[in-house]
Write a protein that binds this ligand. Structure first.
Ligand SMILES: NC(=O)c1ccc[n+]([C@@H]2O[C@H](COP(=O)([O-])OP(=O)(O)OC[C@H]3O[C@@H](n4cnc5c(N)ncnc54)[C@H](OP(=O)(O)O)[C@@H]3O)[C@@H](O)[C@H]2O)c1
Length: 341
């Protein structure tokens, strides 16, 4: 079996750390691994398996002889370095929002549209964390009974905003419990013991950019340009694990039992749905798991042909690093990665 030279840009971050774990846990065929971050982290050592690897500052030379480059250092870094990496011959899988809506860049969730990987021109985009878990849960139903409309409300963990946001929640929670004043840095308001219906910037139509991403990315991944989607994205004081309440209208009638039957057999999905014993997905239980958990599946009593469900996943795993590694795996298995001479 071929082995690949892999680079991780943003290796010291929350997603970067999950990249390392996912590559190891899934025995990704690596000939070598190269860790990159900012100059602040240069020289820092991280374990990859039992081996210590020194982190280097990212530079245009970082991609020489690299076959696969996994990016998780923010959109600005991706916009600058991803084309350089692709030009050097690497397959780039980018976690940021930089290229997701570019017509020539596939936006991929392997359980939904793996075939789109084939038309990449060097860069493949990993969708937004909230979008990934929603389409993994809804696509198997859509294949059987096409979806007409989705209304989703998210409950997104602070890990979605990086390591600084995790620290902010810890610090604020302590301060609030000690009766002290809180000064927000990462978020516009206190996040501890609070909810913020603002993720990313506000747009002219009153939606946020995060909500817009859920609409447009869902349509692109599911090849459903006309699908009606409306999202409300809310930051909640949970460390890791995004949750979503989803109302979905189908073309034809569908019962909760039919939906459960389809989802039990769907790739990447685990159904946890027994109200009699309070069994339903929770972010705390999803941490570290590769699954998208679905529960509380019920008929939407307000509208025909509609269901309501509760969907939870680890945003750092399936919502970010795992999905990107699965894209790389698919590309490798289908022979769509060039190896450098
Ligand atoms: N967190 C999630 O759930 C999630 C989900 C999907 C996508 N994403 C995307 O993944 C990216 C990273 O998220 P994260 O949560 O891992 O953030 P994070 O914990 O804040 O980590 C950011 C990483 O970027 C690196 N970095 C910052 N400035 C850099 C520079 N000038 N050159 C090279 N590297 C630089 C940092 O290195 P230093 O340690 O040296 O500063 C660190 O490794 C973002 O684009 C985010 O939108 C995140």
């Amino acid at each position: 079996m071929k082995a690949y030279n892999v680079a991780i840009v943003g290796a010291t971050g929350l997603v970067g750390q999950e990249f390392i774990k996912a590559l190891e846990q899934r025995s990704f065929p690596m000939a070598s691994v190269h860790l990159y971050a900012s100059d602040r982290s240069a020289g820092k050592k991280l374990y990859v398996g039992h081996k210590e690897v020194a982190v280097k500052e990212t530079s245009p030379e970082s991609f020489h002889n690299i076959d696969i480059a996994l990016f998780s250092a923010g959109a600005e870094i991706s916009r600058y370095f991803s084309p350089i990496a692709a030009e050097s011959g690497a397959l780039v899988v980018d976690n940021s929002s930089a290229f997701r809506m570019e017509p020539k860049v596939p936006l991929v969730v392997p359980e939904v549209n793996p075939e789109d990987i084939k038309w990449h021109e060097g860069i493949i985009a990993n969708p937004n964390c909230s979008t990934i878990q929603m389409v993994v849960a809804l696509y198997p139903l859509h294949k059987v009974n096409p979806i007409k409309r989705i209304v989703v409300s998210t409950y997104q963990a602070v890990a979605g905003a990086g390591s600084a946001a995790m620290e902010e929640l810890t610090t604020q929670a302590k301060l609030v419990l000690e009766g002290k004043n809180v000064v927000p840095h990462v978020y516009p308001h206190q996040i501890a013991f609070n909810l913020l219906p603002e993720i990313d910037v506000f747009l002219d139509d009153g939606y946020t950019k995060e909500e817009w991403k859920m609409v447009e990315e869902t349509r692109k991944i599911m090849h459903a340009g006309d699908m009606a989607v409306s999202a409300t994205c809310v930051r909640v004081p949970v460390f890791i694990g995004h949750s979503e309440a989803i109302n979905v209208e189908f073309t034809a009638p569908i019962t909760p039992e039919e939906a459960r039957h389809i989802l039990v057999h769907a790739p990447g999905v685990k159904v946890l749905d027994d109200p009699s014993v309070s069994l339903y997905p929770q972010p705390w239980l999803a941490v570290g798991s590769d699954n998208v958990f679905v529960g509380r599946i019920r008929t939407d009593i307000s509208q025909p042909n509609s269901l309501v469900m509760w969907v939870v996943s680890d945003n750092l795993r399936k919502g970010a690093a795992l999905n990107a590694v699965q894209i790389a795996e698919e590309a490798v298995q289908r022979g769509w990665v060039k190896t450098q001479k």
